[in-house]
Design a protein around this ligand. Structure first.
Ligand SMILES: *[C@@H]1O[C@H](CO)[C@@H](O)[C@H](O)[C@H]1NC(C)=O
Ligand SMILES: *[C@@H]1O[C@H](CO)[C@@H](O)[C@H](O)[C@H]1NC(C)=O
Ligand SMILES: *[C@@H]1O[C@H](CO)[C@@H](O)[C@H](O)[C@H]1NC(C)=O
Ligand SMILES: *[C@@H]1O[C@H](CO)[C@@H](O)[C@H](O)[C@H]1NC(C)=O
Ligand SMILES: *[C@@H]1O[C@H](CO)[C@@H](O)[C@H](O)[C@H]1NC(C)=O
Ligand SMILES: *[C@@H]1O[C@H](CO)[C@@H](O)[C@H](O)[C@H]1NC(C)=O
Ligand SMILES: *[C@@H]1O[C@H](CO)[C@@H](O)[C@H](O)[C@H]1NC(C)=O
Length: 492
């Protein structure tokens, strides 16, 4: 028991520590172009249970803003291209929107970014010229409310803003966009807002598979592409695309603007011609992406740099037009089961848990924290036995694990089943902070807890991996983090 309490305490300490040592962030895009998605309230639960901390939405839907109140999830919200005209025309339009659509929900709902327009250079009507005036009005509205330092204003772009992206050092903006890009870059630089870009190595590969290797697009390449101007070696397309943008910014003297990736991902299914769209490739891309980003690897031109990345997308969206792949970018089916398993091993958290020797024995189990609130435990239990697809029959009355008939005991059984079926990573033991791992087998009498590898059924379908975004960070805070880590380890 004493050990259990110590473990809980140490886990809490670890979580605090990870918060202090935050580096690059991984978020997820919550697109809603579908008619079969769960309600925003259910989505908020799903997101929390999977420890997703950063979410991008494409509008300022009130149900969504309300659903994420007091969840700790940080939102990036959007003003759609269709609204750019009113926002650009009159300051009062931006003021009214802020007052009616945002302020009533803030700060209970955390909001860190407002994206004004999305990929305007790809938009059918020529709306580019409206972007900066609209951004300016939104910024002014925020300033009047005293929020311009807390909520950053930017706009997202496709890589199509570049006219050249290879070699990366030759990256350059398309001069036909200069009329709006120049004031945009001045705005971002002045307000210290990031340049937001949506990057899709998938499309680069699909549309040019003769010249681009799949391995290079999936971060799996064993060979390197050399940039003849800089001598830098590129092992993946993602880095090459980011650096192309970075050099394009540098060329205009805006190299200090931070780059943020507001969409990237890989579809799990496509039309017959889209052979690279598969669950395996999607899993490979996103897993490698997370590993690549989470420990602040940076890019060849900016090694060690933090980079915030949003994975597209939370759900498959059945109403998106276009090729089959368009409707298959999700990490989750609308039914909230995961499309493929996302393996997070190699992340900071996992490394530290291993170092702390929680996993050193032959097995690990996931159980419920006795200090978690009843409400949190109940909702995590309901989730595990519902969308989580756990077989909860053993905790029903007269079944072997019904006694002791209490929430902690029942939740422990359900958490562990979920954990074992989903790769036994510490992510699979998140449960919104109510689960923790132990190396002591919790089985008793005839109530047998599943052990690692004991049941593989349906793993490919129900597995999911709650995303976390914390990690250790290099640079100035490494020392502090190491100190805290030592403190953490001392508890074992
Ligand atoms: C879009 O509008 C701007 C300003 O109104 C103009 O300079 C630019 O040439 C237009 N671009 C296209 C592709 O029509
Ligand atoms: C630059 O943008 C214009 C207008 O969108 C487009 O017609 C042209 O093809 C682009 N040039 C390059 C090199 O991408
Ligand atoms: C693809 O490679 C071939 C030969 O290596 C080259 O001739 C062609 O221009 C390349 N195509 C593109 C789009 O880069
Ligand atoms: C973390 O970053 C380093 C480079 O800084 C890289 O070599 C290493 O492979 C990364 N770790 C993982 C798990 O990807
Ligand atoms: C974990 O435990 C094993 C066996 O008890 C030991 O050999 C190993 O050195 C430990 N690892 C760490 C990082 O403490
Ligand atoms: C762990 O497994 C090894 C062999 O796989 C076995 O010899 C050892 O006794 C096991 N240890 C425990 C604590 O079960
Ligand atoms: C996974 O689940 C989806 C929907 O829940 C179903 O359509 C699909 O057939 C399942 N796949 C497997 C391999 O069980």
């Amino acid at each position: 028991m004493a050990r259990g309490v110590r473990l809980v305490f140490a886990t809490l300490l670890l979580l605090t520590l990870l918060d202090v040592c935050r580096g690059s962030k991984i978020g997820v895009c919550y697109g809603r172009n579908a008619d079969d998605l769960p309600t925003p309230d259910k989505v908020a639960k799903l997101v929390q249970l999977h420890n997703i901390k950063y979410l991008r939405i494409y509008d300022s839907n009130i149900q969504v803003l309300k659903a994420f109140a007091n969840t700790g999830v940080e939102l990036m919200i959007g003003i759609p291209n269709l609204d750019l005209l009113p926002f650009s025309q009159f300051q009062t339009n931006a003021d009214t929107w802020l007052k009616n659509s945002i302020l009533p929900y803030y700060p209970a709902t955390k909001i860190a970014y407002i994206t004004v327009g999305a990929e305007v250079t790809e938009a059918p009507n020529n709306v580019s010229a409206l972007v900066v005036p609209a951004m300016q009005n939104v910024f002014t509205a925020l300033r009047k409310a005293g929020l311009h330092k807390k909520i950053k204003v930017s706009s997202t772009h496709s890589l199509g803003v570049l006219s050249r992206s290879f070699p990366p050092s030759a990256g350059a903006f398309n001069s036909s966009h200069a009329f709006f890009l120049k004031p945009l870059l001045e705005f971002l630089s002045e307000k210290e807002s990031p340049f937001m870009v949506d990057l899709y190595p998938y499309f680069a590969y699909r549309d040019n598979s003769h010249n681009v290797s799949l391995d290079y697009a999936l971060f799996e390449s064993s060979s390197e592409v050399i940039d003849p101007n800089t001598g830098l070696l590129y092992t993946n397309m993602f880095d090459a695309q980011i650096d192309a943008l970075y050099y394009a910014l540098m060329a205009l003297n805006f190299g200090a603007i931070k780059i943020m990736v507001t969409e990237t991902g890989w579809p799990s299914k496509g039309s017959t011609k889209e052979t690279a769209a598969s669950p395996d490739n999607a899993q490979t891309y996103n897993t490698n992406l997370i590993r690549h980003v989470i420990n602040d690897t940076g890019t060849p031109a900016k090694p060690g740099d933090e980079l915030d990345v949003y994975i597209f997308s939370l759900f498959n969206e059945n109403r998106k037009p276009g090729l089959e792949s368009e409707r298959n970018w999700g990490l989750f089916y609308p039914g909230q089961t995961s499309v493929y398993k996302l393996d997070f091993t190699g992340r900071g958290v996992v490394d530290m848990t291993t170092e702390a020797n929680v996993t050193s024995s032959n097995g690990t189990w996931c159980i419920a924290s006795s200090t978690a609130s009843e409400v949190d435990l109940q909702s995590a239990l309901d989730w595990a036995c519902g969308p989580g697809n756990v077989d909860c029959s053993a905790i029903q009355p007269s079944q072997p694990c019904f006694e002791p008939d209490n929430l902690v005991s029942h939740a422990s059984y359900a958490f562990n089943n979920y954990y074992q079926q989903n790769g036994a990573t510490d992510i699979a033991c998140g449960f919104g902070g109510t689960g923790y791992r132990t190396n002591k087998n919790p089985s008793y009498d005839s109530c047998l807890y599943m052990t690692t590898g004991s049941k593989k059924t349906a793993a490919s379908n129900i597995t999911m991996s709650p995303l976390t975004s914390s990690s250790t960070r290099k640079g100035s805070s490494t020392w502090i983090c190491s100190c805290l880590l030592v403190t953490f380890l001392a508890f074992f």
